[in-house]
Design a protein around this ligand. Sequence first.
Ligand code: GAP
Length: 471
Amino acid sequence: MVKLDTIISLAKRRGFVFQSSEIYGGLNGFWDYGPLGVELLNNIKQSWWKEMTYRDNIVGVDASIIMHPKTWVASGHVAQFSDPMIDNKTSKARYRADNLIEEFIQKLKNKNKTELAAEIEEKLEHAQVNEDYYNIILNYGITCPVSGSTDWTEVRNFNLMFKTFVGPVEDESGTVFLRPESAQGIFVNFKNVMDSSRMKPPFGIAQIGKAFRNEINTKNFLFRTREFEQMEMQFFIKPGAEKEWFEYWKEQRWNWYLSMGMKESSLKWKVHEKLAHYANYAVDIEFEFPFGFGEIEGIHSRTDFDLTSHTNHSGKKMEYVDTVNQDRYIPYVVETSGGVSRSFMAFLCNAYDEEKILENGKEDTRVVMRFNPKLAPITLAVFPLVNKDGMPEYAHQIYKDMQKFFRVQYDTSGAIGRRYRRQDEVGTPFCVTVDGQSLEDHTVTIRNRDSMLQDRISVSKIREYIQEKMY
Ligand code: GAP
């Protein structure tokens, strides 16, 4: 299993991900995507968008990030979107109470104190109110990792939504939130979309967009950040059909990850025992990150909670009227909610490989990112074998021609073996090399990243060759 530090260092070195505002020391929980990162990110989003909306019954929206504040009252986020938080009075450090306990349990396990760990784990499992977390922390003498003291405040709720103000006056009346999920932008547009696009249940609305959560503990690179992107789809159905559609979307979403090259052995289901206030079935797809399994996507049967709540808070009916069968109902919803940035990190970890190879009779290790070609940031690299005898000009022309169809890179520097390696390390699936023979018979070699095998093909067939292997 690749180490997280290896992924972070490759991501920075090759321009996938940088710390946000790094020159000022970075900002915890925020990251920037570099030239290769943005390509991978866009490819993930584009593949998801095609998969979800290039079908009969799903359309897209792109709603604003800042929405009417009543949205978040109706959705339950104002009242319930909080984490239990505890402060240490000596160090002034703030922790999520449940995380603090989990870390303590892990330490006990590392010291083989399994009985005590199991006892606390059981208590944590049944903790429901803040006082339960507080009692565990106090009774087991859990200390602050910074100060080592047990001088704790009470456990309080900390709402995760970022607040800001609309208009020139910074008071309660202008207070708005950065959306903590993109889903509500879909719910409030349910009637608009249904009426304007003449959709009727079962149908879905998809959206990709940023979401913001003021997470207390950001950790593990892109896994838990304060600004991230989601790719969500709400599927509106007749009440009673939710189990059938839930199973359908579970299968569809699992298969999408496989079709994008995820190893099935790195994925698993997690069935929710404790359901969110709105859900009647919920599962997560988890990926095995270097730090263990973590959620990358949730599939939730949300009942009619959201549409009913928006009806009550807005006074606008969010129902479907079937004039043919004289039927009217508030649709139930099955949601698929994936994190773009989290799956970006999963795709990076999934692709990473180190392979022993023999080069010029010497054993060496090559780092190769085995991205599915549809996701790879660069599809094709073009090289002249040597920088003379007309080869650079010929190769550059191929590069310009192929740029109309693919993301292509042109590289002339260093020995050819080094150039292949540089492309392997960022997952480029195809490399074309122009050599002396190319100028005579208009053929080139095309090297496949995974097998390292080369085919000799006609220049006029490069596009066809790549497209055949990609789709
Ligand atoms: N609309 C439902 C919803 O937002 P969620 O489980 O809170 O459900 C869905 O989030 C997905 O969004 C997660 O599976 C994860 O991939 C991503 N996500 C949530 N919080 C995140 C964070 N702080 N950083 C990165 N990704 C996050």
